[in-house]
Design a protein around this ligand. Structure first.
Ligand code: DCP
Ligand code: MG
Length: 591
């Protein structure tokens, strides 16, 4: 089982402790037979033996020693159990800690495609519930298995040393029990895999509902969401019950077999005792240890259940572990160069799964140029710019930065040369200052203010109760859409990168503010190539060149004047928007 091998590898540093724990389990459990042995001696010597009465007076010392021995061994076993449990806990907790860090890094290192295909709730389930299940198994389930097995083996060996015939009689049931247990295990395994899946669905629904709560409220869909949640909840609960009920189907058989041990002992043991083949003391030893043989059999169902759950969880965790991102950031510690900022797209084709989103796109941007990208919604603009920092890799053609294929560049260096304000703005729950300086935590206060000014954010920030120290909530709660965009813009400007990519960053700001931002971009105090996705002609008109994307194809390219003269898509957009502006101006005049 390579999953177990994986677990073993991760136990590194705690292996000795874990093995010690396993050994102590074996020793501790073996000691279980000591007391029955001592009591056998007591019975045979002082109670039921031929000279019992005589011995009571003659060998008083031995009796006391045997009794003290019984007390001593009980104490020893308890102490040992305490120590052993501690070793299990420590080693498994250390392992959990280690795996958790590793998996977190692993998830962090996944590419965008991974996040497109994996649900947050599922990943969270893996990071929490599944990991805990695995640790619990290491600390408790394996312990139970080892101990049950040792007690069973020790008792059987002890039994054999007393009387082979009687032991064999008692063991006649064991194969039957194992057969029943095996069938049960096969039956119940898929149920735990299913159970695990349902738990993940439940978590996903909960997570989506919490993070999407504003949308739920806006559409007054609470009832629907509760229904959806209830359904998942019922599913999970039903699956749980179903799995538990399967056990009940098998339970009567196992329980009957377990009880049968006593019956056999009474019949066969009684006969042997009458025949004088075994002593009273030996019979007592058998009867006080019959549980050691029947209990592991009884527990087998519970153990199998837990093992199935353990494997269901472990498989899920190992999935994360072995997920290999197509785009790997090696974080090589090379000296990070500053690029000139020349961008080239050579016959770039891109597919999400199988849908072609970009089709044979070619263009070049010289260092320092400002390029506007326009196109109807869904045309592929965001996809196009995502190829530059290698959030995704091209399906065909090449994307080059400074003449080098981005796939050959060191990712940290490449991304370290790009300043980006994404279309869906995400701010962290931190101060505004912290958010603007996210890309460069060392950024001095004056620069934060300066870039906020360039992004037309300074004015509204100082009006906030605590200015730059105002904490914005998760996802930027407490800010308007346009305000968030401007903070995101300041964040992108503040890193001084040689390539600046703005995806619809001024879509939610008014025209006046937009003009302010335009001016700022023109007068940036560091050289940089700018790619600006925009819908407004007022933004694109200023660009050195405009690219028009339609349905994944580059249909027009040129300056504002050239494209107007062409009377194509751009001209139509221009006319449409100017008509609008004309109307606005008229409406304004009439006031
Ligand atoms: N697409 C996809 N999977 C993703 C992202 C996008 O299948 N993870 C599809 C949806 C669109 C197409 O790709 O049909 C282009 O998406 P873009 O986000 O690139 O489109 P735009 O950025 O041009 O659109 P908008 O102006 O709405 O931002
Ligand atoms: Mg987009």
């Amino acid at each position: 089982m390579f999953e177990l091998k994986w677990l073993w590898q991760n136990l590194e540093g705690n292996r000795a402790r874990y093995i010690l724990a396993l050994c102590l389990s074996v020793v501790g459990s073996s000691l279980t037979i000591v007391n029955p042995y001592l009591s056998q001696r007591i019975v045979d010597t002082f109670i039921a033996g031929d000279n019992a009465v005589q011995n009571l007076t003659d060998k008083r010392g031995l009796l006391i020693a045997l009794c003290l021995g019984m007390i001593g061994f009980s104490l020893l076993r308890t102490g040992l159990a305490y120590f052993t449990t501690m070793q299990y806990e420590r080693s498994s907790q250390n392992m959990l800690y280690r795996i958790r860090i590793y998996l977190y890094n692993k998830i962090q290192g996944q590419d965008r495609e991974y996040y497109d295909h994996n649900r947050t709730g599922d990943l969270m389930t893996k990071m929490t519930g599944d990991l805990d299940m695995v640790r619990h198994s290491m600390a408790w389930i394996f312990k139970t298995i080892i101990e049950s097995f040792t007690i069973f083996a020790a008792a059987v060996i002890y039994f054999f040393s007393i009387d082979t015939g009687l032991t064999l009689w008692m063991l006649t049931l064991s194969p039957l029990i194992f057969v029943v247990a095996y069938i049960f295990a096969k039956h119940v395994r898929p149920m735990y895999v299913d159970l695990r899946e349902r738990l993940s669905q439940l978590n996903t629904t909960t997570q989506e509902n919490i993070s999407g709560n504003r949308v739920v409220k806006a559409f007054a869909r609470e009832a629907y969401e509760i229904e959806k949640f209830t359904e998942k909840n019922v599913n999970y609960s039903t699956a749980n019950k179903k799995a538990a009920l399967v056990w009940l189907d098998y339970f009567p058989y196992l329980e009957t077999f377990a009880q049968a041990f006593n019956v056999i002992l009474m019949l066969a043991g009684g006969l042997y005792l009458m025949e004088g083949r075994i002593t009273f003391g030996e019979f007592a030893a058998f009867s006080s240890l019959v549980w050691a043989v029947s209990n592991p059999m009884r527990n087998i169902g519970i153990i199998i259940n837990d093992i199935q759950r353990f494997f269901a969880s472990l498989t899920k965790i190992v999935e994360i572990y072995y997920a290999r991102p197509a785009i790997v950031n090696e974080h090589q510690a090379t000296t990070k160069r500053r690029y000139e900022g020349r961008l080239t797209f050579e016959h770039v084709t891109f597919k999400y799964d199988s849908a072609t989103v970009l089709d044979d796109v070619s263009f070049t941007v010289e260092p320092g140029e400002t390029i506007a990208i326009m196109g109807s919604t869904g045309a592929g603009k965001t996809t196009l710019i995502n190829l530059i920092p290698r959030f995704y890799d091209v399906s065909g053609g090449r994307v080059l930065v400074d003449g080098i294929d981005v796939r050959e560049l060191e990712l940290d260096e490449l991304r370290g040369n790009i300043g980006m304000a994404t279309q869906d703005v995400l701010l962290f729950s931190d101060t505004i200052d912290g958010n603007i300086a996210y890309g460069d935590p060392e950024l001095p206060e004056e620069e934060v203010v300066a870039y906020a000014g360039l992004a037309a954010a300074h004015d509204f920030i100082v009006k906030m109760p605590e200015g730059y120290d105002t904490v914005v909530g998760e996802r930027g709660v407490g800010l308007s859409g346009g305000q968030k965009q401007r903070i995101a813009l300041a964040r992108a400007l503040a890193v001084h990168r040689s390539i600046l990519i703005l995806d619809d960053t001024t879509s939610a700001v008014d025209l006046e503010t937009e003009e302010h931002i335009q001016n700022s971009l023109r007068g940036l105090d560091y050289p940089c190539t700018k790619l600006i996705i925009a819908q407004r002609v007022s933004t694109t008109a200023e660009a050195d060149r405009i690219l028009i994307l339609d349905n994944g194809r580059l249909i027009e390219e040129g300056t504002h004047a050239e494209l107007l003269a062409k009377r194509g898509y751009y001209y139509d957009v221009f006319m449409l928007q100017n008509e609008g502006i004309g109307r606005q101006v008229m409406a304004h005049g009439q006031k």
